[in-house]
Design a protein around this ligand. Structure first.
Ligand code: PLP
Length: 222
């Protein structure tokens, strides 16, 4: 019997048809089987997002022949960094200097330069991780990031409050975009603003996102 649900390639095509060309689509495959990733990859999708270190490492190894780009998108514990660094194309949610130092150390040990984004806490929920805007300012001014030789800071990442209030989501994304635009000290690598998920990516793109992380709209609910 043929399923009535749209297939993964159909869902991907639907998202892509509305996404501007300059916005990178990270297909969030966390908890989904390799067959789902292969199905997405068969349409040319190369960027995939995972939020668990072990799952990312396992999928990246087993699907190595597909030459995919793996994004670590969720909270990353310091002790898990060594599992992620060898495989990650981009680490999205760096939320402390300690984590940055660990990424530096693990990247140096394998002779890699890791690309990362700093997570800013923009939501009202206290459960979400990330730096406050003032902590981020202090970090920029202290200039310790200048000493990182194996970490390249590419931009910012944030998650809006989970709410139906679109105006609130919009203003949270606006505040992140403003911080992104007014950060000039890091230099030419500063080019990525990761914001927008299945429920709010259209607002995020309106407000200047360059990278969206979309899971359930492509792979179905988890
Ligand atoms: C799971 C997850 C997503 C994708 O969420 P969907 O609502 O399924 O699109 C995006 N970003 C992060 C950090 C996530 O953990």
């Amino acid at each position: 019997m043929k399923s009535e649900l749209p297939s993964i390639p159909e869902r991907l095509a639907a998202v892509r048809s509305e996404l501007p060309n300059h916005v990178t689509l990270v297909a969030v495959s966390k908890t989904k089987p390799q067959t789902a990733i292969e199905s997405a990859a068969s349409t040319g999708q190369i960027e995939f997002g995972e939020n668990r270190a072990a799952e990312l490492a396992e999928k990246a190894s087993e699907l190595a022949s597909l030459n995919l780009r793996w994004h670590h998108i969720g909270h990353l514990q310091t002790k898990k960094v060594k599992q992620v660094v060898p495989h990650a194309h981009l680490i999205h949610a760096v939320d402390s200097e300690r984590l940055l130092s660990e990424i530096e150390k693990r990247s140096a040990s394998i002779g890699k330069v890791s690309d990362v984004l700093l997570q800013i806490h923009i939501a009202q929920e206290s459960s979400k991780f990330g730096w406050s805007f003032s902590e981020f300012d202090t970090f920029l001014q202290a200039q310790s990031w200048n000493e990182l030789k194996h970490v390249r800071i590419r931009g910012l990442m944030g998650m809006a409050t989970f709410t139906d209030d679109h105006q609130q989501i919009r203003s949270e994304f606006q505040s992140l975009k403003k911080a992104f635009d007014t950060t000039s000290s890091i230099g030419s690598s500063w080019d990525t603003l990761s914001m927008g998920m299945s429920g709010d990516w259209k607002i995020a793109v309106d407000e200047g996102s360059t990278m969206v992380r979309i899971g359930s709209s492509i792979f179905g609910s988890r």
